[in-house]
Design a protein around this ligand. Structure first.
Ligand code: GTP
Ligand code: MG
Length: 434
């Protein structure tokens, strides 16, 4: 089976909690704080592996979770970091955020990688919270939760040349003639259900990869037939062989066919319709085909598009076609702007970005809500079960100017202040002092 897109949930490991611990020494009833930091959670990494050709290995599994960091320990020992989880995918896989559709990475070169879900930072141990005033802090941070998101992996085949045309035009026959690929060939439409790739070698180091795409029909761009699912594979090709069936037996009009396919490409994406095309008139061995080919040729001569008459079955005209394709390809490669992800440097983007937005305060149903500036996360990391922890949160709020903003918003004694999931009762400034 050819699996070319999957949706999976990825979650970075959570950071380990920071430890609360005090040094134990002989004759010292209670030594200084020595709770170590928690270890970092592992990342979920998606990596392009040239050995793979489909996403089938991922089809059965839905969740991929990296290892959590271990908690900090006494003696200032940091917890062990969680191991990364590496998901291997074929080269040519595009990674998207399933919620927004935004491209996270385009793994178009071998061994390119992307961090899809970042592991959480370890929480700081109580040793980090000691200061001259607070010598025995009973506070440590919780580990940060790992980032979690649903991603969509989509495989775009990377081939230089795509063969497009109506069902039954002879695309698979052509591929089997020019390469070692052995696609299924039959005299009915939609024989090819999945793209086939073949390598064409013209000797002297000239070779290119050709993709035989399932037949396109009118409405393919909106999902009619099979075309829609596979049109995206053509997006990465450098040029197209547009194969037109010119045998009268097909009962089709070659000029009409030619225009309809181009219309579908255009409706699917303007960039597809701008791809260079080499037009081949197939089944020239059949009676009456030569005349139809002439009609197509004179129609296209107006647009200065040459037509190569071929028979994919007998091989007539095929080497001329291939020569034209390879010449055209050479020119295209010299001048063409590299399409999306065609090659270029490994692009590695990390999804996770710290929140650099400003802190803001708004009022909703009498509650003062504090948001932004990463403050929700900071507060969430603190275990609010003792006075030290509360004081620490107060110092965060003061440091970020939140108290000022609360006052501007009109907060007064006894009002509820909410930061993320945590609620406080506001009391006058004096009590916010340490
Ligand atoms: N006489 C003749 N028959 C051909 C030629 N090329 C293909 N055919 C026949 O046309 C039929 C369809 O060929 P395929 O290669 O399966 O066509 P396709 O374009 O891949 O079709 P789909 O996969 O259904 O889109 C088969 O019966 C082929 O034998 C040709 O040059 N001459
Ligand atoms: Mg076919």
């Amino acid at each position: 089976m050819f699996v070319d897109s999957v949706r999976i949930m990825v979650k970075g490991g959570s950071g380990g909690n920071g430890a609360i611990s005090f040094r134990r020494e002989k004759y010292v009833p209670r030594g200084g704080p020595d709770g170590g930091d928690g270890g970092k959670g592992g990342d979920v990494i998606v990596a392009a592996d040239p050995q793979l050709s489909t996403l089938i290995d991922l089809a059965g599994k839905k969740r991929f979770v990296a290892e959590n960091g271990a908690p900090g320990e006494a003696n200032n020992r940091q917890g062990k970091s969680g191991s990364d989880l590496v998901i291997k995918v074929p080269v040519g896989t595009v990674v998207r955020d399933a919620a927004t559709g935004a491209v996270i990475a385009d793994l178009s070169t071998a061994h390119s990688v992307v961090v899809a879900a970042k592991g959480g930072e370890g929480g700081r141990g109580n040793a980090k919270f000691a200061n001259p005033v607070r010598q025995a802090p009973r506070i440590a941070e919780k580990g940060e939760p790992g980032e979690q998101l649903e991603i969509e992996l989509e495989l775009k085949l990377i081939s230089d040349v795509g063969i497009v045309g109506f069902p039954n035009a002879g695309k698979s026959t052509l591929l089997s003639r020019i390469s070692a690929a052995r696609p299924k060939i039959a005299d009915y439409p939609f024989t090819t259900l999945e793209p086939n790739l073949g390598v064409v070698s013209l000797g002297e180091g000239v070779s290119f990869v050709v993709a035989d795409i399932p037949g396109l029909v009118e409405g393919a761009h909106e999902g009619v037939g099979l075309g829609h699912r596979f049109l995206r594979h053509i997006e990465r090709t450098r040029l197209l062989i547009h194969l037109v069936d010119v045998s009268p037996l097909s009962l089709r009009d070659p000029i009409d066919d030619y225009r309809k396919i181009n219309e579908e490409l255009k409706l699917y994406s303007p960039s597809l319709s701008r791809k260079p095309q080499v037009v081949a008139a197939n089944k020239i061995d059949l009676p009456g085909a030569a005349e139809a080919c002439e009609r197509l040729r004179s129609y296209l001569s107006r647009e200065a598009v040459p037509v190569y008459p071929i028979s994919a079955v007998t091989g007539e005209g095929v080497s001329l076609l291939l020569y034209a394709v390879s010449e055209r390809l050479k020119r295209v490669m010299e001048t063409q702007e590299l399409g999306e992800g065609l090659s270029g440097p490994d692009r590695v983007e990390v999804v996770y970005r710290p929140d650099r937005s400003e802190v803001s305060v708004r009022r909703e149903d009498g509650v003062f809500i504090v948001e932004g500036g990463g403050i929700e996360r900071k507060v969430a990391l603190v275990d609010l079960d003792n006075l030290d922890a509360l004081r620490y949160v107060q110092s965060i709020l003061r440091g970020k100017g939140v108290i000022e903003k609360l006052k501007e918003a009109g907060v007064s004694d006894g009002d509820t202040v909410r930061v993320g999931d945590t609620e406080f009762v506001y009391s006058d400034e004096t009590t916010w002092q340490e």
